[in-house]
Design a protein around this ligand. Sequence first.
Ligand code: OMP
Length: 235
Amino acid sequence: MHKPIIALDFSSEEETLAFLQQFGGEPLYVKVGMELFYQTGPCLIAALKEMGHDIFLDLKLHDIPHTVGRAMKGLARLGVDMVNVHAAGGSDMMKAALAGLEAGTPAGKKRPAILAVTQLTSTSETQMQKEQGILKPLRESVLDYAVLAYDAGLDGVVCSAFEAPDITARLGGAFLKVVPGIRLAGDDVSDQKRVVTPAKARELGSTAIVVGRSITKAPDPYEAYLKVKQQWGNE
Ligand SMILES: O=C(O)c1cc(=O)[nH]c(=O)n1[C@@H]1O[C@H](COP(=O)(O)O)[C@@H](O)[C@H]1O
């Protein structure tokens, strides 16, 4: 089982490094998303690697296949461990993303795992149906996107824990289910709609969890991390 992935949703390198100092040098699995990457770029990725952290670079690419393929080729050179695209970009785009990653991964290095974001955990079924015009149940939409990603050769999906059992049943346990929308009991869910605790995520068969504000906004982030880790069941 993977360590909980901490979402470093900060706007500067200083803030990020001050946050990480509270972890006393413990090697972590961190997620760098668009807020931080757009401010700090590849330099911070290099610094995080130097500190021994595993990195999920969450830029959720969604564009024409040629553009996404070329972008992934560049991202592969950063030496991150995991990247993602939006499944809604389609099968050709996902295949181009994978081919770009393979082409960009330096010889002798491991290709980053690539995930497809299905339905964002901030989306409810009502919103999906009204705003995206997808009239099936949300669970079905997530499963359909997961099958599309699997057929395109991707390593897994980002989904909520609620859809994890269907995906495992259909595509097997090795296909990754990386699950955000995690809260410790009593924490503010904020903009998230499909939310579970770390323990529930494990019970539903998630491969990994992504945790942001339940850790980053906690009065004692390290203590919150230990609580998440304990509930999740450490590696
Ligand atoms: O791809 C993601 O990481 C992602 C997909 C998704 O469906 N929902 C989702 O919340 N995320 C990310 O996971 C993190 C969740 O943050 P918190 O809600 O603060 O725990 C954020 O960095 C989001 O960008």
